[in-house]
Design a protein around this ligand. Structure first.
Ligand code: GLU
Length: 300
């Protein structure tokens, strides 16, 4: 039987420089792809307009290069792909699973029960037949039970309607949501394996729901622990995560390998280190937890 070739990806949002958390996600997806003899793509997720900047995208690519993380093919950029998201929206509309929603954030939180990620939209506008223009567009989740096996975190289940609720696929201001864009891009780029931080673990069911409605294949998922600071917050631009220094690439790559439970290397170039690490890559050694403290002394 012919196996589908492995296609993986790293999909950063260009909102700041590469920090330890994003290096871990990049490294895990790179090593998983290379270990499988697969393709590794990079995609800039700049769909969330104002926070994303071209200079951050350029700096991220420079850092990846300095760390020896060489990608295959062209870098895809979401802002250049909105026509594709529009087509997916049309396909969902044709299936009758979208509706306009005029509720403000405040109205939702006042009338909703809390779910996995805050207030669960109670379906107020579902049957109101509101126009899409000037309103958010939501996808109905009626009765959807989604289960998948994560390669690191084990079986994941959500009763989508109860745990998350009908979610937004196009915002009131016309921007497509991350959930829709990521599903369309992964399918369009033939991604077979999504390897990313476990902060997105609970988004996977929303993405699988959209894949099912759109008739796309569901990729395999591997969610690695997210790196946290001393206060237990995810390292990010908002929590002032320090940038990783590409001039100390070997040190940082070894710290990221250790964080992922993989053997460290005494190689003297990033390329040699990555080749050895790809060969030795064993996802079973990744700690099966959602978050782990970053090696803070090294970050100081
Ligand atoms: N752009 C997302 C982030 O930087 C990652 C999306 C994904 O890997 O699916 O957090």
């Amino acid at each position: 039987m012919k196996q589908t070739p492995y296609v993986g990806r790293f999909a950063p949002s260009p909102t700041g420089p590469l920090h330890f958390g994003s290096l871990v996600a990049a490294l895990a997806s790179y090593l998983d792809a290379r270990n499988a003899g697969g393709i590794w793509r990079v995609r800039m997720e700049d769909v969330d307009g104002p926070r994303c900047r071209p200079e951050h995208a350029r700096a991220l690519l420079q850092s990846l290069t300095a760390f020896g993380l060489a990608w295959d093919g062209e870098v895809a950029t979401q802002s250049g792909r909105t026509a594709l998201y529009g087509c997916a929206l049309d396909a969902l509309r044709a299936r009758g699973c979208l509706y306009g929603c005029a509720c403000s954030r405040r109205e939702v939180s006042d009338s909703a029960l809390d779910g996995i990620e805050g207030p669960v939209y109670p379906g107020t506008c579902r049957d109101r037949r509101l126009p899409w223009e000037g309103n958010a567009v939501r996808v109905a989740t009626r009765g959807a039970m989604i289960e998948f096996q994560d390669r690191c975190q084990g079986v994941q289940r959500q009763a989508l309607e109860r745990d998350i609720g009908d979610f937004v696929v196009r915002r009131r201001d016309g921007l497509f949501s991350y959930q829709l864009a990521v599903v369309v891009d992964d399918a369009d780029q033939g991604v077979t394996d999504v390897v990313r931080g476990a902060d997105l673990l609970d988004s996977s069911q929303r993405q699988i729901h959209l894949q099912q409605l759109l008739g796309y294949q569901t990729p395999r998922y591997l969610h690695v622990p997210v790196a946290t600071n001393a206060a237990g917050q995810k390292l990010s631009k908002q929590t002032l995560a320090p940038e990783v220094n590409p001039r100390e690439a070997i040190r940082w790559l070894n710290l990221a390998l250790a964080f992922l439970g993989q053997p460290v290397s005494s190689a003297s170039t990033p390329q040699a280190l990555l080749a050895a690490a790809a060969q030795a890559w064993n996802p079973a050694r990744i700690p099966a937890v959602r978050a782990l403290p970053a090696p803070l002394p090294a970050l100081a």
